[in-house]
Design a protein around this ligand. Structure first.
Ligand SMILES: *Cc1c(COP(=O)(O)O)cnc(C)c1O
Length: 332
């Protein structure tokens, strides 16, 4: 018995429909030529807030009771989950508090403030910010909504799998960026229910691929976080992981890692050939195809998961002046 039922994904689809964009699935001419099979891009980086995280966050906020909504929600994420939760709370009419340390850069603080969230700046580390979240939950009855290991989050992300198969029902493979596994667990739940033959392949960066290390260990383990162009894929899966570890282990067919240089080349490919700005985490499926690490035998879809990156960094990558392109670091 799967810890999250397929019906939860169907429920999420109905619940969030009025609050999110149904993003396009478009054929990628150059990648189709490169692979010799049709390659489709699920352009979820065009989602409101710039990432798929809005699906899960919206589903989770809509699932709250009236009493919980009155108290509001909180998280310590300043990345795509924090943005999504801030936006979802505002659009649904509750209040989000995003806790962050003093070290979080000003532009990130402003971006989340602009989405209508309350900001609490505490301490000097992510752990301090998380401690404040724990306090708000214990003392002020706020509800914390985690970024991936939660039934409503997984079900919300799974709606991407439903949309892809609605548009192209016969797929050999779906390539999905993989970090904590909320995205791929939801997508695999939908895809393995509706089209069991379709391969679900998870892609992580070589530098700090936490879920892949946990799969190898057979249980959740601590994995060192390293700087990477795919920063949205950083972080662990939680030693007390309840859902995503088992779902990824049981439902995902294959996992693959890509190098920093391959990620940079994929960001550049998306920009030059598709006219799309992708963050590193979103470019990893393209990286896997261009590097020949995944060779699909039939029509395939790639989930492009987000577009939130520093635009000066994007410019450095696509103009090949970024340090990842220096010879001495080409192993990185
Ligand atoms: C969060 C995130 C991912 C990874 O999702 P998980 O559910 O943690 O596996 C991939 N891409 C982007 C852009 C993200 O924000």
């Amino acid at each position: 018995m799967m810890s999250v039922p397929f019906t939860a994904v169907l429920g999420a689809k109905k619940r969030i429909a009025a609050h999110i964009h149904r993003t396009p699935l478009e054929l990628a001419a150059r990648l189709t030529e490169h692979c010799g099979v049709p390659v489709w891009l699920k352009k979820e980086h065009q989602q409101l807030t710039g990432s798929f995280k809005l699906r899960g966050a919206t589903n989770a906020v809509l699932a709250l009771s009236a009493g919980q909504r009155a108290n509001g929600v909180c998280t310590a994420s300043t990345g795509n989950h924090g943005r999504a939760l801030a936006y979802a709370a505002k659009s649904i009419g509750t209040h989000a508090t995003i806790c962050m340390s003093r070290l979080v850069p000003d532009n990130k603080v402003k971006a989340i403030e602009a989405l209508g969230a309350g900001i609490k700046i505490v301490g000097r580390s992510q752990d301090d910010a998380q401690a404040e979240v724990d306090r708000l939950v214990a003392e002020e009855s706020l509800v914390t909504i985690p970024p991936f290991d939660h039934e409503d989050i997984i079900a919300g992300q799974g709606t991407l799998g439903l949309e892809i198969l609605e548009d192209v029902p016969e797929l050999d493979a779906i390539l999905v960026p993989l970090s904590g596994g909320g995205l791929i667990a939801g997508v695999a739940l939908a895809v393995k229910t509706l089209s069991p033959k379709t391969q679900v392949i998870g892609i992580s960066m070589e530098r700090g691929a936490a879920m892949i290390a946990c799969l190898a260990a057979g249980k959740p383990v601590v994995v060192k976080e390293l700087p990477t162009l795919a920063d949205s894929l950083g972080g662990g899966i939680g030693l007390e992981n309840r859902h995503t570890f088992a779902m990824v282990r049981d439902l995902v067919d294959e996992t693959v890692t890509v190098t920093e240089r391959e990620i940079a080349d994929a960001i550049t490919h998306a920009y030059e050939h598709e006219g799309e700005v992708l963050e590193g985490a979103a470019a990893v499926p393209i990286a896997a195809l261009l590097a020949g690490k995944v060779a699909p035998k039939g029509p395939s879809a790639l989930i492009l998961s987000g577009k939130n990156l520093d635009i000066a960094m994007h410019r450095a990558i696509v103009s090949r002046t970024h340090p990842v392109y220096q010879k001495a670091r080409s192993h990185a």
